[in-house]
Design a protein. Structure first.
Length: 425
RNA sequence: GGAGGCGUCGCCUAGUCCGGUCUAUGGCGCCCGCCUGCUAAGCGGGUUUGGGUCAACAGCCCAUCGCGGGUUCAAAUCCCGCCGCCUCCGCCA
């Protein structure tokens, strides 16, 4: 959630931020009204409670009529306290709900507008010119079939649409990518993590995924558990309800986990191949740091993402996502989009978000500063989402005969394999 | 899945049976000060977190003994539900 003090003292700042995302600012007035009601309710309750406590202390000493009078008064007070407490609880809940409905304030530098209003920050590499090379590129579905790497038909047979099996060099490729990603993170000082992909509501809510993204979340029937769409969720909740030593920051984690997404509302989009699937594995970077370091850390996460894509010899562009396309928690988001030859366009491979103190407030993650405990900043960034990365590698590095040249950096992870060759069919 | 035990302000711990003087005990650690050539020891003080009020990071007040309800004038203490951890049994990758 946003800083309640900012809401109270600078509501116009929040209104402007809402406008930048293309959202109504009515939530601001609702939250302000809820805050006023809440504070009045707290004052009323505390006055009653204070009286009850002081009278209660006199009862054990009192005798006879005096005691009876006290008991009569405190009995009435008891009911009043109960009523005041109930009102306080309701006011507090309403205030909390109003505050949680407000998304993080978009960064000043983030472009205003919606999905199409992103700003391209840079292009890295040049998309391969297959026409000049004299052959028509095959898409990853066909390449995957020829290489015995991706089995979409059987994925559908076993689990339904948007599921797949990785087999043979496909499975080896995921393992190699995972290790390449983890090794890079490890070398950069990250702590490697394998995270649970089932979490309780608190973790899901705290990371902001039960808001407008709730339709995309799988829930386990009959249990209070959700399947995560990213290990950002368990990694953010990892230090929930903790006060961390500021000297230990930044805490950087590289977490592997399967990710599950309903992809509600995307019917008809990316129905072919493994660009958009209900399940995939991912190595995600997750950082806890101080608010004043968050922006610089965001750049570092972007740099690590670029370093990884560079190792895979992909051509890509980096975009600065517009405010309206930010998630609930993010103040700014950079996406790296790789060129997909058979689609003739750039597709998101990695994404890094600066969530400032938004998630930390919801999950009660604080640092012990000299001035006292205060919320930390959290950031996340994709290091490697397996299926899309495999798509980009296969399509980008394919040869006319359907073989695929393995990027140099990946070869040691595939036992020195230089070329993935079609299997005899 | 079955049986039992446990959960107190960083860590350990007293208190819970028999509700009120608990404004939660003591130790360790940590911080400040005194003392001392220096260090250690010793001595004194401080040390949960959140919130309300306020010009105030001063003072005062409220909440907080795993979480949520309930009983009561009054709950760390009594009752109910839940969560977590531990031990044993069963099952099992």
């Amino acid at each position: 959630m946003i800083d309640p003090k900012v809401l109270r003292d600078q509501p116009d700042l929040v209104r402007a931020a809402q406008a930048k995302r293309g959202l109504s600012d009515s939530v601001v007035d609702e939250a302000l009204a809820a805050d006023t009601r809440r504070r009045a309710a707290i004052a009323a309750y505390e006055a009653k409670r204070s009286e009850q406590k002081s009278l209660g202390k006199q009862i054990p000493q009192a005798q006879g009529e005096e005691k009876q009078a006290l008991l009569a008064r405190t009995k009435d007070l008891s009911a009043e306290v109960k009523a005041a407490e109930a009102e306080q609880g309701e006011a507090e809940d309403a205030w909390d709900a109003a505050l949680r409905a407000i998304p993080n304030l978009a960064d000043e530098a983030a472009p205003a507008g919606g999905e199409d209003d992103y700003v391209v920050l840079e292009h890295v590499g040049t998309p391969r010119d297959f026409a000049a090379e004299g052959f028509e590129p095959r898409d990853h579905v066909e390449l995957g079939r020829m290489l015995g790497a991706i089995d979409i038909e059987r994925g559908a047979k076993v689990s339904g649409s948007r599921f797949y099996f990785l087999t043979g060099v496909g499975a080896r490729l995921e393992r190699a990518l995972t290790n390449l990603a983890m090794d890079q993170a490890h070398a950069a000082g990250f702590t490697e993590a394998i995270a649970p992909s089932l979490v309780r509501p608190r973790a899901m809510e705290g990371t902001g995924f039960l808001g407008q993204a709730a339709d995309d979340v799988y829930r386990i029937e009959g249990e209070d558990l959700y399947l995560v769409g990213t290990s950002e969720v368990p990694m953010a909740a990892y230090h929930s309800d903790e006060i961390l030593d500021v000297a230990s920051l930044p805490l950087r984690y590289a977490a592997f986990s399967p990710c599950f997404r309903k992809e509600a509302g995307s019917h008809g989009k990316d129905t072919k191949g493994i660009i958009r699937v209900h399940w995939f594995d991912k190595v995600e970077m997750f950082v806890y740091t101080t608010p004043d370091q968050a922006a610089a850390e965001h750049q570092r996460l972007l740099d690590w993402e670029k370093e990884f894509l560079d190792k895979l010899e992909l051509s890509y562009r980096v975009i600065d996502t517009a405010a309206g396309d930010l998630g609930l928690s993010a103040t700014r988001k950079f996406d790296c989009e790789a060129w997909i030859p058979t689609q003739g366009r750039y597709r998101e491979l990695t994404s890094t978000s600066n969530c400032t103190e938004f998630q930390a407030r919801r999950l009660d993650i604080r640092g012990r500063f000299e001035s006292g405990p205060a919320p930390l900043a959290t950031l996340n960034g994709t290091l490697c989402a397996m299926p899309r990365t495999i798509v980009a590698i296969l399509e980008t590095h394919q040869n006319a005969d359907g073989s695929v040249t393995v990027p140099q950096a990946l070869r040691p992870y595939l036992g020195g394999l230089e070329v993935l060759k079609p299997i005899a069919s």
